[in-house]
Design a protein around this ligand. Structure first.
Ligand SMILES: [Zn+2]
Length: 734
């Protein structure tokens, strides 16, 4: 083999010193891709067996031309197929004409083959820059596509001294794939250049992410390329330098570093109010107390809203991690040890998020409107992947919605349903799901036949769709992410925050409330109130309204605490208040005298439901009805305020007392026991009679309204107010 001398670039760039290419060359490991890169000829020849080089063979059976991605055709075959009208059997029948093909490798350096690129004709700096960038990309695990490099080289302006001299328009003139490679290479070269010039990109108070080479985020392997990290909000010089030093030495990812800077900013604002905030040598534990207090109260700067507790805790954790590192790395020897986060005093208590925080029940009439627009769900994206069309994805989202709506499971429990989540026990359909929140797996929920059929139909459709093995077990496989194969199940936040949100906010033409405005036209329903979690509340509300027993509903909802279940037994506020408005005026005292409440609010605030009427005894009201000094012998109490909604309870109580009296007589109980029962029977009977008399005196229409309101209120009370019943010997009337 003859060794021809390399041609140098005709014009040397004025910006390039001869030291630059050799500085880069010294950083290229000797023997870099030795089987492929020939440094003497400056020729790269791809080795198809190298897994880090993207070389595949054209999918036309008799064509040997290399291509960049598996399963694609070479340009010549693509063109031939097009000219033949895209025949279906093209790949198996077409015979390419080898004489019209560019060979995969070529002995002619000026005309490299498909799997080659030559750097013989570029300037030494450009050559080293490209090699350096490619090698850095190797380190980052990005495979090399020789075609793309050749495309870049072919387009370079002649006489280019350095890639850094390239106009930004050059990159955008390239095909997207080649442009991506060039930008990646340029990133590394720019970073190297900063190092070469001896400039420290971390010396200033604002760091350019592209130059500092920190990874982009947790679990990411690539370096961040966009944006700045601004340390200036950290007011104290010493603290600012400390955080920068942490960034330089601990090298956290950019997201974590930003959080650390933000945490330091919060600390900085606290220290600004301390006498020695600018004198690290005088700091003490009291200063740290002030800092941690600031973490407890600080608000989001953009809108002044409170942070969630979990976010506060996360910020404080960043602050602590930073301090611990700085301390251990000897960066804080000038700061007294008392200025440290002590977990015993400096923690922010976790607050459990209750389900009530996660949206409100979606009213049934709104759900009906959503159903009417179901065909729009998931249609705004044309995303297609893994053999699934956009319509296939839309269909899947629509099934997710229906199962969410019908079953009342949490969104994450629906998206993670397994393909075999449906079981029929004695012919009755049962949904098997995992309660991730409580880590209780394999839960069973009876579901309706129509929901079961919907799932079965979808299971059949799934079987007909292409599947990726990693997703095969899921009922709702993942739509995949950029640069990643499809894996796992549909991402919950992808569904809730994008697909569902987009449907509610953009696609559905109008959502109306069941309330009317002054002109009698329906009011618009607030779309922000429609969140996926609202279906769970609606499901529970539906059951509570229908009189499902609390212990059954608790089981259906898979709640750990009955308190959470009980919250659903509150009827919606408007319905309840309407009922209260009707009833409040009809309350009496134990003597039957009118003691109506002036307004609904007074009824709710000044009285509490006890078994047979309202109670206005202040300490019992405060205790929510659970505290009665005379053991709920209400009919003898001046704080007693029965109203018509208690009539069934009163009648039942009278019947129970009579039965108790018979029992007492049979047991030959002491006279005073029987007497007490007699007195109570008389008193409760009087109240009940009084109530009935009042009701009978009402016009029929009004009486119907009172009776309906009474039912509403009784349902509302069955929520929590009747707890004392368990402490009594009598049974609940309803
Ligand atoms: Zn081909």
């Amino acid at each position: 083999m003859t060794i021809a001398p390399l041609r140098s670039a005709a014009v040397a760039s004025v910006t390039v010193e001869p030291e630059w290419p050799s500085w880069l060359a010294a950083r290229l490991p000797s023997g870099w891709r030795a089987d492929e890169w020939d440094p003497v000829q400056a020729l790269f020849t791809a080795d198809p067996s190298n897994p880090t080089t993207s070389v595949f063979v054209c999918s036309v059976a008799s064509c040997a031309t290399h291509v960049a991605s598996n399963g694609s055709r070479c340009d010549a075959c693509k063109k031939a197929r097009y000219l033949l009208g895209n025949p279906a059997d093209f790949d198996t029948t077409h015979t390419p004409d080898p004489s019209r093909r560019r060979p995969n490798t070529s002995p002619n350096r000026a005309m490299p083959g498909v799997s080659q690129f030559s750097l013989a004709d570029v300037s030494p700096a450009v050559r080293q820059e490209l090699l350096y960038g490619l090698q850095q990309r190797d380190d980052a695990g990005i495979s090399l596509v020789p075609q793309r490099v050749r495309r870049i080289v072919a387009g370079l302006p002649s006489g280019l001294g350095s890639l850094l001299d390239l106009d930004a328009s050059f990159s955008s003139s390239l095909p997207a794939a080649a442009s991506g490679v060039l930008n990646g290479v340029l990133l590394h070269v720019r970073r190297a250049r900063v190092e070469f010039e001896g400039a420290d990109p971390t010396s200033g108070d604002v760091w350019e992410c592209a130059l500092i080479g920190l990874t982009a985020g947790r679990g990411r392997r690539y370096a961040a390329v966009h944006g700045d990290i601004d340390f200036r909000p950290v007011r104290q010089r010493w603290l600012r330098e400390l955080v920068k030093e942490y960034g330089r030495t601990a090298r956290p990812n950019v997201m974590d570093l930003r959080q650390t800077v933000y945490a330091a900013t919060i600390a900085s604002s606290a220290l600004a109010g301390r006498p020695h905030g600018d004198e690290p040598g005088l700091l003490a534990m009291a200063d740290m107390n002030a800092v941690v207090d600031m973490f407890r109260i600080t608000k989001r700067p953009e809108d002044g809203h409170d942070y969630s507790t979990s976010h506060r805790r996360a910020l404080l954790r960043h602050w602590r991690t930073f301090l611990e590192y700085a301390r251990q790395a000897g960066m804080m020897d000038h700061v007294p040890g008392g200025f440290a986060v002590n977990l015993r005093f400096h923690s922010i208590a976790a607050v459990e998020v209750t389900e009530d925080d996660l949206g409100r029940a979606i009213p049934e009439h709104v759900i009906a409107q959503l159903d009417a627009h179901l065909d729009l769900l998931g249609t705004s994206t044309g995303y297609a992947s893994g053999g699934w069309s956009a319509a296939d994805f839309a269909r899947m989202y629509q099934v997710v919605y229906a199962v969410l709506r019908d079953t009342g499971r949490r969104p994450g429990e629906i998206t993670s349903l397994r393909r075999d989540c449906l079981e029929r026990v004695d012919g009755k359909p049962t949904l098997i799901y995992d309660n991730h929140k409580r880590r209780r797996h394999g839960r069973r929920l009876p579901i309706s036949e129509s929901t079961a059929q919907l799932i079965e139909t979808w299971q059949k459709e799934l079987e007909a769709l292409p599947a990726v093995p990693a997703c095969a077990q899921w009922l709702f496989p993942s739509p995949g992410q950029r640069n990643r194969p499809r894996r796992g199940h549909l991402n919950t936040s992808q569904f809730c925050n994008r697909i569902f949100r987009n449907w509610i906010d953009e696609l559905i033409p109008g959502l109306v409330d069941d309330r009317l405005d002054e002109d009698g036209a329906p009011l618009a329903y607030d779309r922000t109130q429609v969140v996926p979690y609202g279906f769970r509340h609606a499901y529970a509300q539906r059951h509570a309204d229908a009189g499902t027993r609390p212990d059954v509903l608790r089981e259906l909802m898979d709640h750990r605490s009955l308190d959470v279940t009980m919250s659903y037994y509150k009827v919606s506020l408007s319905r309840k208040q309407e009922a209260v408005r009707t009833i409040a005026a009809l309350a009496v005292d134990r003597h039957g005298a009118d003691r109506g409440f002036g307004d609904p609010l007074a009824y709710e605030v000044e009285s509490v439901g006890v078994p047979y009427g309202g109670c206005t005894e202040p300490s019992n009201v405060k205790a929510g009805g659970g505290h009665c000094r005379i053991r709920f012998q209400c009919a003898g109490c001046d704080f007693y305020r029965p109203d018509p909604s208690y009539l069934p309870a009163l009648e039942q109580q009278v019947a129970d007392l009579r039965a108790d009296k018979e029992a007492a007589l049979a047991m030959e109980a002491a006279d005073w026991v029987v007497r007490n029962l007699d007195d109570q029977i008389r008193a409760y009977s009087k109240s009940a009679d009084e109530m009935r008399r009042k009701l009978d005196a009402l016009p029929a229409e009004e009486r119907a309204a009172v009776e309906s309101a009474s039912r509403e209120l009784r349902r509302a009370r069955s929520a929590a107010a009747f707890i004392p019943l368990q402490a009594l010997t009598t049974r609940s009337s309803e």
